[in-house]
Write a protein that binds this ligand. Structure first.
Ligand code: COA
Length: 410
């Protein structure tokens, strides 16, 4: 029987998640499934059906991504799986075509995802828009480079509390950096601790808020994996999210995490490449950092995306650039675009004029939130300078003062 890709009937949503569990070889607790369902837009979940049997899964969250100078509607591609029995028969490719066309028809200029493996999605024009800094810190050895005063206090919040304290902190951080998704209340449900006991039997996640006389300035969601060895405690703190609205908040929330009693290792991932902790540390090497790919972006509608952000390091840049864009997967984007920037805003239009730079859709996605600079991509022979001096013009327009950061995995 041939396999057909269809919208998943809403009443089969739980079955879809259970099917994804098989491909991911991971179980999702029932209350988590409920949380996913509450943020899911059911018309945007697609599955291949072999007869009536579901043999794969995919979905798009309807999201808003912070880009320089504003935010853009973004399709958040998620739960992409194909059962082992049906792998490598083109089903994931079929679902991806359906999803990118869905974003396009809805006028979403961007699609985004987190990749299980980086090699899967580049063929569809996704580019590495953020780079993640991952930590495996020797908690006791990091220290701070200066004698910064200990200020403020910490409050641990019981399960179900704290959203109204932490949401403004997230918003303040979102105002400062690209890459953050807007977080409506139903999204917070999946981020903050929602159970007293972890489903796998370990300690539950905790929420701590850092406050000063000026109000809440930072929070962390973390969990401790307890371990004892002959020489004593050797527990590990795994930080889901630690976000601050002030430099003091960043410093103190990380002091809290690095000083947790019984904890010897602090692990986290998804930090931005230029996270301040690296500059705060007395022994940066003891942070045990590694780098990896972060959020992958697909420019679905080049004209709308280019006009939907501001340019220049202060958001007030000016200049002109003509790009020759290769985009076989979304041919409506391919061709020559003239980007005319005045006082930070761009007009993007088709042109026959000679191009300054040649690049692929993936490369434009890398540049889009300032994660990469054009000159950097040119050193990898990805962006090609056709007119001398154009890389410098692009470097004056695309980069942002802070690297993009996406703390939200989905
Ligand atoms: C990744 C997954 C969805 C791919 O599904 P699939 O239906 O086998 O993919 P397709 O048949 O459409 O493959 C399309 C192309 O991508 C390649 N590809 C697919 N998965 C790949 C992988 N994990 N690594 C490298 N290449 C991969 C295929 O070889 C094929 O290449 P080709 O066109 O040159 O022949 C499936 O293997 C899976 O469910 N894996 C486990 C869960 C997972 O990792 N999901 C991704 C979550 S982000």
């Amino acid at each position: 029987m041939s396999v057909e890709i269809r919208v998943c009937p809403p009443e089969r949503f739980t079955e879809l998640i259970k099917t994804a569990e098989i491909a991911f070889a991971e179980d999702m607790p029932d209350d988590m499934i409920g949380r996913v369902e509450r943020v899911a837009d059911k018309e945007r979940w697609f599955a291949p059906f072999d007869g009536e049997r579901m043999v794969g899964t995919s979905g798009i969250f309807t999201m808003n991504l912070k880009v320089p100078g504003g935010e853009l509607p973004t399709g958040g591609v998620t739960f992409v799986t194909v059962l082992p029995s049906h792998r490598r028969q083109g089903l994931m490719s079929g679902m991806m075509r359906r999803m990118i066309d869905d974003c396009h028809s809805r006028g979403e200029p961007l699609a985004a995802l987190w990749a299980a493996e980086g090699t899967i999605y580049q063929r569809f024009g996704f580019g590495m828009a953020t780079i993640c800094l991952n930590l495996e810190a020797e908690a006791r050895s990091v220290g701070f480079a200066r004698e910064w005063p200990r200020e403020g206090s910490f409050r641990m919040l019981p399960v179900g509390e704290g959203r109204e304290l932490v949401a403004p902190i997230y918003e303040a951080a979102r105002a400062e950096r690209c890459g953050f998704f807007a977080r409506p209340p139903e999204w917070w449900e999946g981020v903050l601790p929602f159970v007293e006991k972890d489903a796998k039997g370990g300690a539950a996640r905790r929420l701590v808020v850092y406050e000063t006389a000026d109000g809440p300035e930072a929070y962390a969601v973390y969990k401790i994996k307890s371990e004892w060895i002959g020489r004593g405690p050797k527990s590990e703190a795994v930080v889901d999210e630690a976000i601050a609205s002030t430099p003091r908040g960043t410093r103190e929330i990380w002091r809290y995490l690095l000083e947790l009693d019984l904890v010897r290792t602090v692990k986290t991932w998804k930090l931005p490449f230029d996270h301040p902790l690296f500059a705060l540390a007395a022994e940066p090497r003891r942070l045990g950092t590694t780098m990896g790919d972060g959020l992958w972006l697909r420019i679905v509608d080049v004209g709308a995306a280019l006009e939907g952000r501001t340019y220049g390091i202060d958001g007030r840049g000016s200049g002109q650039l003509t790009i020759e864009l290769r985009d076989d997967y979304c041919p409506w984007n391919a061709g020559r675009w003239r980007i005319q920037v005045a006082d930070g805003r761009a007009r993007a239009a088709r042109t026959d004029a000679a191009a300054d730079l040649a690049l692929d859709a993936n490369d434009l996605a890398c540049l889009f939130m300032g994660g990469y600079a054009a000159t950097g991509l040119a050193t990898a022979a990805r962006v090609v300078e056709l007119r001398p001096g154009s890389l410098v013009v692009a470097d004056g327009l695309f980069p942002t003062p802070l690297k993009p950061w996406c703390p939200q995995e989905f």
